[in-house]
Design a protein around this ligand. Structure first.
Ligand SMILES: C[S@@+](CC[C@H](N)C(=O)[O-])C[C@H]1O[C@@H](n2cnc3c(N)ncnc32)[C@H](O)[C@@H]1O
Length: 295
């Protein structure tokens, strides 16, 4: 039976409606997949750091092909194709860049050249600019595993332990006091973070350190931040207050004085108290540095 023009139009409108509904569903599913597999990005970055891929590219002059990278990292030869897939994730997410190396010798393989981007340039080079120790802490199983039972944490009555303490039975500082390996990893991460950000703080906010003659960095760890302040403002008498197990491992040969104690019991007197920390606020990590004048 032949369809009238009107009937044909109705069918085509229905098909159009169905296909756009399907598109909405497909886009929604894609969105869920992006969330579900979001951790692959973190784990790909962790693999790159653990394998030493940023250093391998850096040592090769800032750009390298897969065959050049594998000469500088430890990788089973059978895993070379998997390394290409890892690099694909890391280039799509901006950790590395690519250029194409054209094979002028008549070969058919155009080898990709992986390059450092502004992000991966922060993973190589001297301390003070290299933030990999901080990423190593945040991506270590001890931290990552704290996020695996947030349901249990939400179902626990307030006041409650943090997800970290619920998972490990101790808070970060208690665990650091009992686990020398974790303590070293954590302190190195804090030093790296301070080395990176304090260059900016000293340059951009230097005025706040004028007009005071002494400062105590409360919970200052190994004193990375305070050392940067002491170097930029030599007139300042700088000290760090931290827990005894942290102070025990602090460097001895700096202009900074280390005081072992508990900030909730007492804070050594100074013109200003400095607090540096990171907080997760809403959608982003925000860095908080605060100088409280006590005089
Ligand atoms: C997130 S780290 C920050 C370290 C440093 N301010 C920085 O930004 O690199 C927090 C520091 O606070 C210290 N801390 C925790 N509880 C403390 C307490 N009750 N008294 C003194 N220091 C404490 C920890 O040992 C750790 O070094």
């Amino acid at each position: 039976m032949a369809l009238s023009k009107e009937q044909k139009l109705t069918i085509s409108e229905q098909q159009h409606t169905t296909s756009s509904e399907q598109q909405v569903a497909l886009d929604a599913e894609l969105q869920l997949w992006n969330h579900t597999f979001g951790y692959v990005k973190s784990m790909a970055l962790k693999a790159a750091l653990d394998l030493g891929i940023p250093d391998a590219i850096h040592q090769h002059g800032g750009s390298a092909t897969i065959p050049q990278i594998v000469t500088r990292i430890t990788l089973h030869p059978s895993k070379t194709p998997c390394l290409r897939r890892l690099m694909r994730v890391l280039t799509l997410t901006g950790v590395f860049g690519t250029q194409e190396l054209h094979d002028d010798g008549g070969g058919c393989d155009d080898e990709l050249v992986y390059t450092l981007t502004p992000a991966s340039r922060l993973l190589v080079g001297p301390s003070g600019q290299n933030v990999s120790p901080l990423l190593n802490v945040m991506l270590c199983p001890i931290f990552v595993s704290s996020f695996l039972d947030l349901r249990g944490w939400f179902q626990h009555e307030m006041p409650d332990p943090s997800p970290f303490k619920m998972k490990h039975g101790r808070d970060i500082w208690e665990l650091a006091a009992h686990d020398a390996g974790f303590s070293r990893l954590f302190d190195a991460g804090m030093v790296a973070d301070s080395g990176f950000i304090m260059n900016v703080v000293v340059r951009e906010c230097g005025a706040v350190f004028q007009g005071i003659s002494s400062l105590v960095d409360v919970g200052g760890g190994f004193g990375g931040a305070t050392q940067a302040i002491a170097k930029a403002f030599p007139h300042l008498e700088c000290s760090v207050l931290d827990l005894p197990n942290v102070v025990a491992g602090a460097p001895a040969d700096t202009a900074v004085k280390y005081v072992a104690g508990d900030m909730f019991e007492s804070v050594s007197s100074a013109d200003a108290v400095f607090l540096k920390d990171r907080r997760a606020t809403g959608r982003t990590w925000r860095r908080n540095a605060c100088l409280i004048s006590t005089s």
